[in-house]
Design a protein around this ligand. Sequence first.
Ligand SMILES: [Zn+2]
Ligand SMILES: [Zn+2]
Length: 501
Amino acid sequence: MSFPNQQGINEVKAFFANLSDAEVLMFCCNLNRDQYPNAPPLAACAVVVCLDTEGWDADSNALKEVGVNTFESRDMTANASPGPWGENILNKVYFYFARVQKHAHLRNKNFSAGHPDTNRFGLQRFLTDDEMVNFLTSAFEWPLDADAEDGRVCPVVLLGHALQNDVGKVEKLLGFTARNVVREVDTQAIARQVGHWNHPSNDIGLQRLVGNMGFAFRDPHTASNDAAYTTISAIQLIIDAAFKGTGHPRTLQSVIDNLERMSKYHVWSHGEEKYCFRCGHHGHCEHNGGPNGGRCLKRVYCDWCFEHHPKAHRGHRTAVCVMKAFESSNSSRPGRRHRKRGGPGVAGEGRNQGVQDATALVANDFPQLPPADGPSFNARKHPDVARTQLLKPAGQRLRGILPPVQPGRRQHPGFVPPPALPCLKAAGQTLQSGCPPTSAGAAFTLSKKVRPRRPRAGNVPGQAPRSAVGQPQRKRNNNNRRREHSNPFEDPVRLDRNNEG
Ligand SMILES: [Zn+2]
Ligand SMILES: [Zn+2]
């Protein structure tokens, strides 16, 4: 299916085919249009769409986020100049941060560690797969005349950093194919074409590019932040050196900070603003859905984990079970690489509580030791295991051996109760034989025989201690003391005692 103005789109495509990536982007930003007087008129109506996607490290089939920045070449026509640091161009860029609802709980902690809550550019919304396709369709197929509704669309110049990955993901995982893209331009190619990067084999990475451009690479690996850094870097690469440098009253970073603030007003309507992947409800997020704005505390549990990892089945739903996702992923199961700190995890959980880390938790809860009732098990060697594995949930009857656990009291697997101290007594009670019942919350006193302290040798009550009157302190040990006071008539303490006696 083609558009009513498909012929014009094809003309633009043919025109851009003779230009380099940098020249195409400069044309869209109205930086070199006077060099191409014979350009097709539709070329000046091109829409630049910068696309970035984030997937889950553990499964290349799980798409988490799509970041889109877009601007229209027609808006740039009015620009007399790009302004310092390309500010006049950047201020006309729109930012959108779309999160795939069904994968909102997945988080990368290893190779591309990033947290969607640290998104800086644009407003985030949660979209189903169908809504995502609708959103991308509307982002790409801008009507040429918004009032006419005649089906004619603007040609699209697709911008990105290592773009093929992102295009491939969107096509494969969402089934979306942009039909009006007339040219793909990549910042890695632009960096070479403008002479910024000339390594023979390696292409420049986004982090290095951002650093070379001179602004902060803050909170990377969220789709919208990366897309924004791509757009900003691309514009820094193509604007003239006169618009960059130290001669301007504002720094590039302050321009970008302002851009971040303005992007928070780019309201859009696809999908939902809030979605709690924990309980699956719209209207709140997992971190503000609870009482007093705290974490969502709705009771949820996972059927799948109830069967496979019973100790980890609470706190998440089956639909967002990361353990189950691992099982069906095309990556290896959470082995040593994922189990260590920094592996892929689940968003919204605590630092060490990710259910992906549940592998480790489960492993801790079920130590790899011989079963307690097995023939080779030696309870004396593994007292903790004997105790742990015989613990039963509150209210259930225990078969033999140990007394039932007190209801409401859950003991840590390694917990060893302290021995009863017969000398403990409640305050105010008289000590009787055995251990008297103590009431909770009462202050305890430790009763023990108090021996009156003997005054230190040489320190006579009522007088200053020997060390305070300038005498050197001797090394105190029993031999010295015995030698010092070998004569009982020279020992003031003994003399005192003798006098008292
Ligand atoms: Zn919730
Ligand atoms: Zn689960």
